[in-house]
Design a protein around this ligand. Structure first.
Ligand code: ADP
Length: 454
């Protein structure tokens, strides 16, 4: 209900769709369209159809900023009262004056140090009479609503960077799609093109010759070819204070098969019996430490099953081991879990919950079920025990997102490996679940954002 028909030269208003519960605005009947004073105006989306911008809504606290995003409906030249003409983006949003809501176009302008964060033009003042000598005729709101999270739906548009060498791969594209659906700005940062300013007091990540702006979230998707450099880049973002979906140390731990197995053992998470030794003298003992042949020998640097060898006899195992030792290629030796029947389970853990699973089976002439090695994926029902082990394994590594590979053995589930950049293509296709959205949803919860309402 409209309180009265009068508005003064300044009024409290709110822009709920931009998550701005209270703003002091100046009325200006000389302007047709309302305007919002925004900074860091940045266009995004597949057709550049969205805009993200910052605003300092609290008059007395210029350091407090909120980032909003909205759909662009137009771009037009606007001449402001000081005679300057600029090309502005136009968005459409709800404005609430004295409890009455109206949907209006608003232009975004990047002017510094404006006392009023918003100018209410004629398009929002329809039906009101202006009392140019009075203030706040529609009642007062309070800036406290920004600070009291409980009374206010706290949402903002996040700036998300995905660290990856493959901008067009399925998982990255799906993450961008899901982020944009929830009004966040998301872009790919080529891990190799990030360089680090470590020495200064102010840690920075540079890109294309300039320091990168602040990112709220970094999603590391670090391939095994650049683990070390990727970890350094993630570590730098951590130093800046950016929330990284997986931390540098947990990526490093899960990538190092040996360290990962030691950590799993420490947490009493079942895995195939595993042995490691550095000296060629110990070859026989290593073989004896496991249950003997058949054995699996794995290069520590292996991924996608490329450095995994099945030695069917003790003789074969011994010669493979000595060959690797001579090459100085670190490896582990593991019991071959035959009863897994060439299949393994992939459980996707996000924020401590198993959100999806699938079974992968090797082709007839291989024992490795990796999809990259020609394995076939299908739907599977997982047991409570498998679910619980996957969660524990992700937790032991400290990973917020993890693909946990489990073998089904006659002795129960055994964890094979934990992947810190699990691919989404195979598992989304099999489960028909929107897993990219689940990841964005988790990020929003971690950063304390309230739910998105359309
Ligand atoms: P990578 O990291 O290179 O993918 P994995 O340890 O995941 O290496 O092994 C690749 C595949 O080989 C697994 O998905 C699984 O199908 C098979 N495999 C690996 N280790 C064993 C084992 N101990 N017993 C049975 N199969 C195994």
């Amino acid at each position: 209900m409209k309180k009265n028909n009068f508005v003064g030269w300044e009024e409290w208003i709110s822009l709920p769709k931009l998550n701005l519960p209270a703003l002091i605005a100046k009325t200006d009947t000389g302007a047709e369209t309302s305007a919002l004073h925004a900074f860091n105006i940045q266009v995004f989306g597949s057709n550049n159809q969205m805009v993200r911008f910052g605003i300092n809504p609290i008059t007395s606290d210029e350091r407090f900023s909120i980032f909003c995003s909205a759909k662009i409906i137009d771009q037009r030249n606007v001449t402001s009262s000081n005679g300057i003409t600029e090309l502005r983006y136009v968005i459409e949003t709800d404005i609430v004056i004295g409890g009455v809501k109206k949907t209006v176009p608003i232009t975004l302008t990047n002017r510094e140090n404006m006392k009023y964060k918003m100018i209410i033009g004629r398009n929002a003042l329809d039906g009101y009479q202006i009392s140019a000598d009075k203030s706040f005729l529609q009642g007062e709101l309070s800036f406290d609503s920004y600070k009291k999270a409980k009374n206010y739906d706290y949402r903002r548009s996040l700036r998300i960077g995905i660290l990856s060498l493959e901008p067009n791969n399925y998982s990255n594209q799906r993450l961008i799609e899901a982020a944009e659906k929830y009004d966040h700005f998301c872009e790919i940062l080529n891990t190799k093109r990030c360089y680090l300013n470590i020495e200064s007091d102010k840690p920075e990540v540079h890109y294309d010759g300039k320091p990168l702006p602040h990112y709220d979230v970094i999603i590391p998707r670090i391939g095994s070819s650049i683990t070390r450099y990727g970890m350094a880049v993630v570590r730098q973002f951590e130093a800046i204070g950016t929330f990284c979906l997986n931390s540098s140390s947990s990526i490093g731990l899960s990538r190092d098969k040996l360290a990962a197995h030691q950590m799993l053992a420490l947490h009493q998470i079942p895995m195939p019996d595993t042995a490691f030794a550095n000296s060629p003298r110990d070859t026989k003992h290593i073989v004896d430490l496991t249950t003997g042949a058949p054995l699996v020998v794995k290069l520590l640097e292996s991924s996608q099953g490329k450095g995994v060898i099945l030695a069917e006899t003790k003789k074969a195992a011994t010669s493979v081991i000595s060959a690797f030792q001579r090459l100085n290629a670190p490896f582990i030796v593991q019991d071959f879990v035959k009863d897994a029947g060439g299949s393994d389970l992939r459980l996707l853990v996000v924020g401590g919950k198993v959100v999806a699973s699938m079974m992968r089976s090797a082709t007839e002439d291989d024992f490795r079920s990796n999809l990259h090695a020609g394995g076939i994926a299908r739907k599977v029902r997982i047991t409570k025990e498998e679910r619980s082990i996957a969660r524990k394994a992700a937790k032991a590594m400290g990973l917020n997102i993890a693909g946990v590979d489990i073998l089904r053995s006659s002795e129960g589930p055994k964890v094979l490996e934990i992947n810190s950049s699990p691919g989404l293509e195979g598992i989304e296709n099999i489960t028909k679940l929107d897993l990219a959205e689940k990841i964005i949803d988790y990020l929003e919860r971690r950063l304390g954002l309230s739910k998105f309402v359309e």
